[in-house]
Design a protein around this ligand. Structure first.
Ligand SMILES: [Zn+2]
Length: 252
């Protein structure tokens, strides 16, 4: 049978063009067998035990956590300065030094968020890459796909949910995992949605109402960013703890 291959791990039959098992995502190179040679009596998986090398992700987790908290802190500073400046201008005052510095502060904010996104992408893709080395199977997403998808704005927020769910489900799943993911994810979705909403709505409002609306939304968004940032860091260390526990357990 040249047009199909069997998965030695889960016994699924895959098409010739498939490089990974459709069912358990094991690469063909690791678990692929000729379907005719698959024993009908012995149903044990072909490739058992860890494959690949386990790499600690602790340093990257620490760097990502610091950058996430830094992004929240800079966002807080930009918001407070921005709101103060709006108040000054509305009460007839002149632009202050802080007001003029807001542009460069926003640039710093964008850079910190970009850096945090890159370290997050690196961290999560290494975590996914560690799964086979910890004998936890293969994720639906390859480390490379996870890395690049984590960099695409807005899409990465959606993707994060699926990847995190899959990762945590493999390390001794706990019923509270769902809450931990949602607590980090939901405020993040809301804050992104608010930014889009403010942009769409303020174009149609008169100047004064637009500023008022944007100010209130900015305050709500800031609260959500703080909540999301803290829960994201908690989520990172939840994964780190489980991963280290698993590595110690199997001596990886
Ligand atoms: Zn399989």
């Amino acid at each position: 049978m040249k047009d199909v291959w069997a998965c030695g791990q889960c016994r699924s039959i895959n098409q010739h063009r498939d490089k990974r098992c459709y069912n358990c995502h094991t690469p063909r190179a690791i678990g692929g067998v000729d379907p005719l040679k698959l024993s009908v009596t012995d149903r044990a998986p072909i490739a058992t035990g860890p494959t690949g090398v386990y790499r600690s992700t602790r340093g990257m987790a620490l760097l990502t956590s610091i950058l996430i908290l830094a992004a929240v802190a800079v966002s807080l500073i930009v918001s407070v300065a921005g709101l103060e400046e709006i108040e000054t201008l509305r009460s007839g005052g002149r632009a202050t030094v802080t007001g003029e510095g807001i542009g460069s502060m926003i640039l710093i904010l964008i850079s910190v968020v970009a850096l945090a996104t890159i370290t997050w992408a690196t961290w999560i893709s290494r975590v996914v890459g560690n799964l086979p080395a910890l004998d936890l199977g293969y994720s639906l997403f390859t480390p490379r796909i996870v890395f690049f998808e984590s960099l695409i704005p807005i899409y990465n927020v959606r993707r994060m949910h699926g990847v995190m769910k899959d990762v945590l489900a493999r390390f001794r799943p706990s019923p509270r995992d769902h809450v931990a993911i949602t607590a980090a994810w939901f405020p993040l979705v809301l804050t992104v949605s608010i930014s889009v909403l403010v942009f769409r709505v303020t174009i149609f409002l008169p100047m004064d109402a637009a500023i008022q609306f944007a100010t209130v939304m900015r305050e709500i968004s800031l609260g959500l960013q703080i909540v999301s940032g803290l829960f994201l860091v908690a989520l990172i260390w939840r994964v780190e703890r489980r991963m280290r526990g698993r590595a110690a357990e199997i001596g990886a």
